[in-house]
Design a protein. Sequence first.
Length: 499
Amino acid sequence: MLIHFSGLSARLKEDFVNMKKVRKITALVMALAMMTGTIVGCGQKAPAVSATAASAASQEAVSSEAPAAEGKTLNIWCWNDEFQSRFNDYYPEVKKVAKDKSTTTLKDGTVVKWTINPNDNNNYQNKLDQALLSQESAAADDKIDIFLVEADYALKYVDSEYTLDVKKDIGLADSDLANQYQYTKDIVTDKSGALKGTTWQATPGLFAYRRSIAKSVLGTDDPGKVQEALSNWDKFNSVAVKASAKGYKMLSGYDDSYRTFSNNVAAPWVTDTTATVDPNLMNWVKQTKEYTQKGYNNKTSLWDDKWKADQGPTGKVFGFFYSTWGINFTLLGQSLKTPVAEGGKEEVGNGIYGDYAVCQGPQSYYWGGTWICGAKGSDNIGTVKNVMKTLTCDSTIMKKITTDTQDYTNNKAAMEEIASSDFKSAFLDGQNHIKLFAEVAPKIDMSNAGPYDQGMNESLQKSFKDYFDGSVNMEKAKANFEKTVKEKYPEITTIKWPS
């Protein structure tokens, strides 16, 4: 069952408005009862009190309440094991991890239960939506305490009542968050200005290229000189022609450059009930069609086996657009001839480890990112606060994650320290790629992000693949896109294309 953004928000707003009304009324009645002597012996008359005295008594009663006891189970929902590994490896309160990794036990005895539902076909969001709609009636140990969201659909949850205010409800201070990149806060700030999530990573993008292929095509593998050759799309396309003449593909498939175009649009996907296809997305269509017709790509799709192989020892692709996580989490693994799971080591000599380098490429962009949200109704607010503060605000831990894993973390001070150091990536043949990421990260602009991004972007990419391979014409591809959008989002009544 697909629960749309608009329906989910409306339901959540109604539920939580009603809940808040009940709580406020109950608190007021109890405060007045205490002050007026309503709860007294039979026949006694209560003394009159002023409204000011009643208000003061009410505030005193609230402030004197003991902190709520923390729950015994911390339920965390996510779609893969990335955050789970960061939590298990870097959260200081971890005592033991189960062999099957389904649970993690903390030092205070709290059991962390991991619920991982893959993202495919909106599976994660669908199951999360169902669980959140049952949150109020769920048993204490079954309530979601933390759930993870991605940039493409973060606002769907940020603008609902299911996410806790990181400052007001959870208790993080501005000083805790001061070193985080502003865009990582913007994406999880709701319409009223409340911060509804936090993250340990920033995800600026770069272009990762094969050094050996760059030498063959450009006569150099130096990142600065390669950047000069790829600094805008006209130059990038010229290098594609040269690469083809040498027997190489500039890109692997249809989707490789998509994020670079989609992150540089002029407006959000949807305004009111109208979806607008940005002209820059049609620039991606034009480029990809040309690359497919002229053999500048290998006609692959993101995550398929052929695309993965193109990143490895047998690949003949000049480079790949990747953000921070992609280099260490994906590209490195694909480059190995013998995978780590089969006994291979991450070292020069195993496949093409050491043959990649990075440069900024034709445009700044970002790709992905994972945010930690506290769930409304959690009985583990203290633990949620500690997890957020430790894993997203502690500069020492942020620095260690980066130096250990090469992931780019969400702490400007820590990243600038590494950027200006002698840090080197063996995978990138000694390059300090953190320096490049530190230059790109402040340029990320989330002003055009919206709750429809994931669904609209995926629909556009899928609808035009038939056009790229020649099985449908442009008009049919557009019609297929419109049909998909209206089925996925019935509230969208109009779709506009650039003239």
